[in-house]
Design a protein around this ligand. Structure first.
Ligand SMILES: [Zn+2]
Length: 328
């Protein structure tokens, strides 16, 4: 059965049982219910970070119940729960727990300011006690699956999705197989190093990695002293022919271009789709600049490689969790 897609409205095939979709980020969690009538019952809350380390899982279970009520669906009829989550993950007894630096206060200690001392947040185990069919994936992997299913990566066996947003995340697919790795963390290429610049501390603790240099929140940290309070201010100045802002954006594109080049030649990719708020709002400016870093380098590996904007546009995140549990 193929899903029916129209005007970015994706719904399950007629007669398919409803599924719950959870988009879990460091600052908020969003839950929707999808069935043959479409995606409904959307609820969002700030991500739970107070109490015991099962608080987040129980927040998700409660939100699924509330989303079902809003959508007019019985919780007992939910056939599967898909969770597209920020990472990284750790495994305990084969089940995924979350070790997110913006959620677990026990990782960096009290100075980090989080209201808990968790080293992990339970995720998969409590969900499995309530729901029979649960699939948790890194949000980059989930977004890749959505782009392969409905977006710009349809029909691609060697491809990647890159989000350029608050953070930098990847989903990778080679030979038609989505790459997961030992703990489901494949695609954390935002934490690779591509240059010697050391003026940027990443939330992961690295100094000068890709995410530390070019993520949305990095732009504010690095360039506020130069008069650009955030990404919006930097890009506005560039559009107004501010030469300094244009040079800074060229520098951002160099970092992203190098990161993309490295993965293209490592994995022999054929197409990469890009999304995320920083990219999406400035894609007309950014896409040609980033693409230039692939041109004329090792042509045997880069000729014909496509960099494209996400086919699902700003809605990639909304459909990422759904892609994890969509009936085949
Ligand atoms: Zn990092």
């Amino acid at each position: 059965m193929n899903p029916i897609t129209s005007e970015r409205s994706i719904h399950l095939p007629p007669g398919a049982a409803p599924v719950a979709c959870v988009d879990l980020g460091g600052t908020k969690v969003a839950v929707t219910i999808a069935d043959e009538h479409g995606v409904r019952g959307r609820l969002t809350e700030p991500t739970a970070t107070v109490g015991t380390n099962d608080a987040l899982a129980f927040q998700i279970i409660r939100l699924i119940g509330q989303s079902c009520a809003a959508a007019g669906v019985s919780v007992a009829d939910i056939a599967a729960v898909g969770v597209a989550s920020c990472g990284p993950f750790t495994m305990r007894n084969g089940l995924i727990e979350l070790s997110g630096p913006n959620i677990c206060g026990g990782l960096a200690g009290k100075e980090r300011g989080l209201p808990n001392d968790w080293t992990t947040a339970l995720l998969e185990a409590p969900l499995r006690q309530v729901f029979g069919n649960v699939r948790v994936e890194n949000d980059g992997i989930a977004a890749l699956e959505a782009e392969r299913r409905w977006g710009a990566l349809q029909g691609m066996d060697h491809c990647a999705y890159v989000t350029w947003s608050t953070g930098i995340g990847w989903g990778l697919c080679v030979d038609g197989r989505v790459l997961r790795g030992k703990n489901g963390n494949a695609g954390h290429a935002g934490h690779t190093f591509v240059c010697d610049n050391t003026d940027a501390l990443c939330g992961c603790g690295n100094v000068g990695d890709v995410e530390g240099l070019i993520a949305g929140n990095a732009i504010a940290r690095r360039f506020a002293h130069a008069g650009y309070a955030d990404a919006a201010a930097l890009f506005s100045a560039a559009y107004a022919n501010d030469v300094q802002a244009q040079a800074l954006i060229d520098g951002l594109c160099e970092v992203m271009g190098r990161a993309i080049y490295n993965l293209v030649v490592t994995l022999d990719l054929q197409r990469i789709s890009l999304g995320g708020s920083v990219y999406w709002h400035h894609r007309d400016l950014l896409l040609p600049k980033v693409s230039a870093y692939l041109r004329n380098k090792l042509p045997a590996l880069t000729n014909g490689v496509d960099l494209v904007s996400a086919g699902l546009g700003e809605c990639v995140g909304d459909y990422a969790a759904l892609a994890l549990v969509m009936p085949a």
